[in-house]
Design a protein around this ligand. Structure first.
Ligand code: ADP
Ligand code: MG
Length: 289
């Protein structure tokens, strides 16, 4: 069987209808592929086209030019494309908790699976599994989603998408508005989700730190274009280019740069604080033992 990428975008552009001044090109000629097992970070400043891209990649909107293939099916193609694609890609919108609406947590999380045609029992089972994955205890099942804390509401909303068992989970700015602890818990959770339930996760963020903590592959959006893409380390090595477009390298990369200038280059690259700590210890052992 021919090997198929989970999502493949080929030269896609998207134009919004503008006012008097014509069309707004939100995404311009972007190509990229998401393969099984990959954790992508999409990074870019506000207005760079990230949210529009997530809607294109999930088939919610169709490209004005180019094409998006989801597991080999063109989102624009056959009449039954909508049916064929339902549930394959789960999109968690920004501030998804604003869309919680049912009386209880469990009912809310069951909504998506039921929409996909699951029976009540199947939907309930999928919902319980998803709530477990996002770390919401069983005791919350019968609570109103509105009684939950901010971070819990967000996890409940993510469970609602996860319960549909998508192959690819795309989250648009999932850490926005969370405190540092909530943010780190959520990022840890996404790594687990990638390992255990989804073939691939795509995290959209304007925070380089969030992306550095989780993504192995990075797509940098700038003014609707894909400015850079590839392995995280490769992308962060273009520090000047990133700074030119108003982004920065992760703090750990900056620390490594400064150490190098001081003549204390790390023995190997580090992307996370833990990796940096290990590398620094190794360097110190080399110097002083
Ligand atoms: P990001 O998520 O990176 O902030 P968006 O995809 O939301 O970027 O927006 C990209 C561009 O498209 C921006 O210039 C924005 O103003 C424009 N845009 C987004 N949504 C709409 C819309 N519904 N109608 C018109 N223009 C839009
Ligand atoms: Mg956005």
């Amino acid at each position: 069987m021919r090997w198929v990428a989970l999502i493949e975008a080929e030269n896609i552009s998207y134009f919004y209808e503008g006012n008097s001044d014509g069309k707004i090109a939100a995404v311009k000629n972007v190509s990229f592929k998401i393969k099984e097992g990959e954790f992508w970070g999409i990074i870019g400043q506000t207005g760079s086209g990230k949210s529009t891209l997530t809607e294109l990649l999930s088939g919610l909107i169709k490209p004005s030019e180019g094409r998006v293939l989801i597991e080999g099916t063109d989102t624009k193609s056959a009449k039954n494309a909508v049916r064929a694609l339902r549930g394959r890609v789960g999109l968690v919108f920004q501030y998804p908790e604003n869309q919680l609406f049912e009386e209880t947590v469990i009912k809310d999380v069951c909504f998506g699976p039921k929409n996909l045609g699951m029976s009540d029992d199947e939907a309930c089972e999928a919902a319980r599994w998803a709530l477990k994955m996002v770390g919401l205890d069983e005791k919350y099942e019968e609570c109103s989603p509105f009684e939950l804390s901010g971070g819990q509401k967000r996890r409940c909303a993510i469970a609602g998408v996860l319960a549909m068992r998508p192959d690819v989970l795309i989250l648009d700015e999932p850490t926005a508005g969370l405190d540092p602890e909530g943010r780190d818990r959520l990022l840890d959770m996404l790594r687990e989700i990638k390992g255990e339930c989804c073939k691939s996760v795509v995290l959209v963020s304007h925070s380089m730190e969030d992306v550095a903590k989780s993504a192995e592959k990075v797509l940098v959006m700038n003014g609707g274009e894909a400015q850079m893409q590839g392995g995280a380390r490769e992308v962060y090595s273009h520090a000047d280019e990133l700074r030119e477009i108003g982004l920065d390298v992760p703090q750990v990369t900056r620390l490594a740069e400064r150490l190098e200038k001081m003549g204390c280059a790390l023995p190997r690259e580090a992307l996370t604080v833990d990796e940096a700590a290990d590398a620094i210890c190794e360097m110190l052992r080399g110097k002083y033992v």
